[in-house]
Design a protein around this ligand. Structure first.
Ligand code: HEC
Ligand code: HEC
Ligand code: HEC
Ligand code: HEC
Ligand code: HEC
Ligand code: HEC
Ligand code: HEC
Ligand code: HEC
Length: 429
């Protein structure tokens, strides 16, 4: 390379750098990842330092309604009554935040959330009543009698602590009793720093927990006409619309949030996701909820913003037929297993014999899926993932029961457990 070409190369390189700097200076502060003057004023040293330490947090905060309205880092991060605090870079901040920090400014949302099944019953289902203070227990039992002061589902103890901590409780901590007296967290749906309504209206947000064979709401929704239309029309929808003024112009197609929470066209927004329900669909044998009439009236009021009365009434009649039919199938099969246990062919302990897993799958996977599919428009879940599997499992359990009875004499009550039995036919899932 001669002198002239080296000079040209250096010159061109320098010119590029200078040009890049000039362009960069003209980009808005946000794009340069520097605090805007307004942000710096609102959040002071927290944002300045955390822009270097954990930049994504500041970027997300900056996109939030909170940043626009001047709600700053310390408004959330300062310790309130009942919360331990720590010294932090010249500030005092709470060691951990809960829904109580949000409730300072959003008391209505908190009160609705706290009386929903997302709060106390959710934690008790996995962990029983041991983590609740007497006040929290009394509060939960007032809204959900017998659902908080109860034994946890036994499967958690059998799987062990690490499975419960990183599995069950990752979902069920939405209602964890906090040491400061409050329940749960708001950030599962809104995230910590975006504090977004748009995010909460996305099916995938609810689907973090509401998925899989035991509560396949996300998959059912995806299959439904609503879900297919939402996927196609997503770019035309205004998911950021103010909840107090949400209309079908913003969202002509419902998501999970619309049906279970939104205040569409004059209805009230609710953080009590229990309010619009009429059946305990998750139960082995479904019964009507105490608020059956009201739950159905409220949900139908919502459907009627977009549909006509005769179609919705017919839809509910058909869905309730599926509930009744599923109840009968589940009752018939659980009776077979209960009789085996009574006659001494099974130990009293849960989940130590394979037929007990078949029985559990019968209602927990297939029965639930059939019922949920019927109410949320998932035909494949009513049929192939639901009723077909119910039939197959019922046959497998009947066969197994006959085999057990034929192969051994029932041991005396209280005697040692019978010899291990052959595993059941593999079930497809
Ligand atoms: C001088 C820099 C600096 C300032 C000012 C600062 N922080 Fe931090 N902050 C840090 C560093 C460094 C960490 C630890 C990061 C790590 O461990 O990866 C941290 C951690 C945190 C954590 C996590 C604590 C934990 O135990 O998990 C929170 C919450 C936090 N800061 C909030 C704030 C808030 C709110 C303010 C303003 C009131 C603030 N910070 C001011 C530097 C700072
Ligand atoms: C709307 C309330 C709110 C605001 C405003 C807010 N935070 Fe947070 N922040 C939270 C919550 C909730 C958590 C989760 C805390 C927990 O798990 O204990 C959190 C967590 C954090 C963490 C730990 C994150 C991690 O994953 O380790 C840092 C650091 C932090 N915030 C810094 C900030 C800074 C800096 C600001 C201002 C720019 C800010 N926060 C504004 C609610 C808020
Ligand atoms: C210091 C008071 C304060 C605290 C603490 C606070 N917020 Fe807010 N929040 C506000 C204000 C003010 C608004 C804007 C209301 C408006 O636009 O009318 C808002 C708006 C919101 C919105 C609506 C956002 C939108 O896009 O319309 C959500 C969701 C929200 N907050 C969630 C939370 C959560 C979750 C927490 C706790 C982690 C929290 N807030 C803590 C004051 C607060
Ligand atoms: C972090 C996990 C999690 C997220 C995210 C979540 N849920 Fe739930 N949800 C649960 C759990 C756990 C239960 C079961 C509570 C119980 O009955 O014990 C539940 C129950 C429900 C119920 C039934 C309530 C009842 O009374 O039986 C509805 C409806 C519901 N959720 C709707 C939603 C919607 C809509 C969203 C999104 C906007 C959502 N959930 C997001 C975990 C979650
Ligand atoms: C992926 C998230 C997730 C995991 C992991 C999870 N659950 Fe759930 N669980 C849910 C959701 C969502 C519901 C609500 C189902 C419905 O209403 O249709 C639920 C419902 C329940 C219910 C019925 C509601 C009630 O209050 O009685 C029990 C019991 C339960 N779960 C126990 C457990 C146990 C025990 C584990 C771990 C062995 C576990 N769950 C793991 C999300 C989860
Ligand atoms: C199960 C998911 C979920 C949880 C948990 C949740 N929210 Fe929401 N939140 C939503 C949805 C969805 C909306 C928007 C409803 C709509 O479509 O109009 C919303 C809206 C809001 C709004 C705006 C309301 C308005 O009328 O402008 C605030 C404020 C808010 N939530 C705060 C909270 C607080 C505080 C908590 C915790 C106590 C919380 N949320 C817990 C899903 C959730
Ligand atoms: C078109 C409205 C609609 C949409 C969209 C919708 N649901 Fe539902 N959902 C219903 C109806 C109706 C029921 C049954 C109500 C009853 O019990 O009367 C139901 C039941 C449920 C239940 C069952 C509670 C139980 O008793 O086991 C949960 C949990 C739930 N929905 C969550 C979701 C989630 C998560 C999504 C999104 C992935 C969603 N729903 C989408 C209308 C809807
Ligand atoms: C925000 C408006 C909206 C709400 C609320 C709503 N739907 Fe829909 N629904 C639609 C749209 C749009 C379609 C697609 C209609 C088409 O095919 O053009 C649809 C389709 C359906 C279909 C399929 C119709 C068919 O023949 O394929 C059923 C069933 C249905 N909805 C039931 C319900 C029920 C039950 C509720 C209340 C629990 C409800 N919807 C709430 C907008 C809504």
């Amino acid at each position: 390379m001669n002198f002239k070409s080296v000079f040209l190369a250096v010159f061109a390189g320098t010119a590029l750098i200078v040009a890049a700097l000039l362009v960069n200076a003209r980009r808005p502060a946000v794009e340069r990842n520097e605090p805007t003057p307004a942000l710096a004023e609102a959040t002071g040293k927290c944002a300045e330092c955390h822009r270097r330490e954990t930049s994504a947090i500041v970027v997300e905060y900056e996109q939030s309604r909170h940043a626009q309205k001047g709600v700053n880092c310390l408004d959330c991060h300062h310790a309130i009554e009942g919360q331990p605090s720590v010294e932090h870079k010249g500030f005092v901040i709470a060691r951990a935040l809960t829904s109580k920090n949000c409730a300072q400014c959003h008391a209505t949302e908190y009160d609705q959330f706290a009386r929903s099944r997302h709060a106390a019953p959710s934690w008790a289902s996995v962990n029983g009543p041991k983590d609740f203070s007497p006040d929290q227990l009394a509060f939960g039992e007032r809204y959900h009698p017998t659902w908080v002061n109860r034994a946890p589902m036994s499967i958690g103890a059998l799987e062990g602590a690490s499975a419960v901590t990183s599995g069950c409780n990752a979902c069920h901590a939405i209602g964890k009793p906090n040491a400061d007296g409050s329940f749960g967290t708001c950030t599962n749906c809104h995230s910590r720093h975006l504090s977004s309504v748009e995010l909460a209206r996305e099916p995938a947000t609810c689907g973090q927990c509401h998925m899989g064979p035991d509560h396949s709401q996300l998959e059912i929704y995806g299959e439904s006409k609503h879900g297919a239309l939402f996927a196609a029309q997503r770019p035309h929808m205004n998911l950021r619309a103010d909840p107090k003024r949400l209309t079908t112009v913003d969202m002509p197609v419902p998501t999970c949030a619309t049906c279970h929470m939104s205040g569409l066209e004059g209805m009230k927004v609710t953080h009590d996701t229990t309010e619009r329900l009429s059946w305990f669909l998750f139960a082995p044998v479904s019964t009507k909820r105490p608020g059956y009439e009201r739950g159905q009236t409220d949900m139908k009021e919502l459907c009627l913003k977009c549909h006509t009365r005769p179609r919705i009434d017919e839809f509910y009649v058909r869905a309730e037929d599926v509930v009744v039919a599923t109840n009968n199938k589940v009752k018939a099969t659980t009776a077979v297993v209960a009789t085996l246990r009574k006659d001494g062919f099974l130990t009293p302990q849960p989940f130590d014999e394979s037929i007990e897993f078949d029985e559990f799958d019968l209602w927990h996977y297939y029965g639930r899926t059939a019922k949920h599919g019927a109410f949320m428009g998932g035909a494949d879940f009513v049929q192939w993932h639901g009723n077909y599997e119910l039939l197959r499992n019922q046959v497998a359990i009947d066969e197994e029961a006959a085999r057990l009875r034929a192969s051994r004499v029932a041991p005396d009550a209280g005697a040692a457990r019978p010899a291990p039995i052959a595993p059941p036919a593999p079930t497809a899932r």
